[in-house]
Design a protein around this ligand. Structure first.
Ligand code: UDP
Length: 373
């Protein structure tokens, strides 16, 4: 049996590998000139710095199977993301923790005192926060919200936080200790040789072929027994119901001799600074030594038709359009829609791998009369 897998990012690669190991021949195509989708990494020709070409990617998970799977294909170096933010003329630690709170309010509180203090700032009239703004006002109060979240979120999403769902802010913890590790997961790291090397190892199997700079056409699907589509869901249907909205990112690259900012990611909370954050790539590989430094200033804007889609917007309008595309997708027996673009959801890398493993397992089981993989 032959599978066509559209997209050589994490979803496509993991599905191809899992299927190939079960005896399927997998033709993987990608329209870009490289594998690994948006987690693609590449060494800068001048400095040798490993660049996270489409923005910062830190692998973090609580899923021991996914962690073991990723470690089969790459050597991971432990890495904790210690994000800083510049706001109102000072540099603070994120996610909001006891250091941030004490520094911001000029206090020396312990955890219990800080908890009571923040509680006194919280707007208790909001019982069930529905929007990003309500969630912030309910849990951190107005001052911290306006310093760290309001301006950043307006820049990132191009709308008011009162128009966004509370779930976006729920990605971030609020801590009453000095833990400044951005992610609260057990396993965290970055592949020593970058993500592209990892995805290349996943795709390295005698029953997998990869064709880059190759656009999909329906004849390819006809030649295959099944298709896994990790491209944009609306793109599969030629956008016939309209376009699902995305935010795209622009990276303004600049070089610096030595060390520019002393950390990998510096956010900018003030609304009058047009970029959301600056990433200094050499800090993603602290085990390497490079003379020069390459940084990206990151700007967010609505994606035009030709732009790379990054963040699915998923507001009310997009969700109703999504529901109609999902109906169309369900009627496609021969095609399974996978990944961030194929399902129009914001997925972390670990969830992407988990879903790809599960999707491949379910597919193989369906073909073999329900046998477990
Ligand atoms: N956010 C913010 N200020 C920050 C960092 C994040 O307001 O300094 C908000 C922003 O709306 C973002 C959301 O919190 O989309 C989730 O943050 P996360 O770091 O998970 O962003 P992502 O990984 O989606 O870029």
């Amino acid at each position: 049996m032959t599978l066509l897998i559209v997209g050589a990012g994490l979803s496509g690669a993991v599905i191809a590998r899992k299927s190939a190991e079960k005896g399927y021949y997998c033709r993987v195509i990608d329209s870009r000139p490289h594998i690994a989708g948006n987690c693609h990494t590449q060494r800068d020709a001048g400095t040798g710095v490993m660049m996270h070409v489409y923005g910062p990617h830190i692998f973090h998970t609580d899923d021991a199977d996914v962690w073991a799977y990723a470690n089969r294909f790459a050597e991971f170096v432990p890495f904790l993301n210690r994000v800083k933010t510049t706001a109102q003329g000072a540099v603070y630690s994120l996610p909001v923790n006891l250091h941030t709170i004490n520094q911001f309010f000029g206090r020396t509180m312990g955890p219990d005192e800080a908890r009571a203090f923040i509680d006194s700032k919280a707007d208790r009239s909001i019982e069930n926060p529905r929007t990003f703004e309500e969630q912030a006002l309910r849990f951190v109060g107005r001052e911290l919200y306006e310093a760290f979240f309001k301006g950043y979120t307006e820049k990132q999403w191009g709308c008011l936080p009162s128009e966004l769902p509370a779930s976006i802010l729920k990605r971030l913890p609020l801590r009453f200790n000095y833990d400044d590790n951005y992610f609260a997961h057990r396993f965290q790291g970055i592949p020593r040789d970058g993500y592209t090397a990892m995805v290349s190892a996943i795709l390295d199997h005698p029953r997998i072929t990869v064709e880059l700079e190759t656009a999909y056409n329906p004849a390819m699907a006809e030649a295959a027994d099944h298709v896994f589509w990790s491209g944009p869901l609306d793109g599969f249907f030629d956008y016939r119901l309209g376009r699902l909205g995305y935010r795209t990112l622009d990276f303004e690259r600049f070089t610096h001799d030595g060390d520019y900012q002393g950390c990998a990611v510096m956010n900018y909370g003030d609304p009058d600074v047009p970029w959301t954050r600056i990433t200094e790539h050499k800090h993603f590989s602290p085990w390497e030594n490079h003379q020069g430094s390459i940084c990206y200033r990151e700007y967010s804007r609505p994606a035009g038709d030709e732009d790379i889609p990054y963040y699915p917007i998923r507001l009310v309008k997009e969700k109703s359009l999504l529901a109609r595309y999902v109906d169309l997708a369900r009627a496609q027996d021969k095609t399974t829609f996978v990944g961030r673009l194929g399902t129009y959801r914001y997925l972390d890398m670990d969830v992407t791998i988990r879903e790809a493993l599960d999707t491949a397992a379910a597919f193989v089981a369906s073909q073999t009369g329900g046998q477990a993989m």
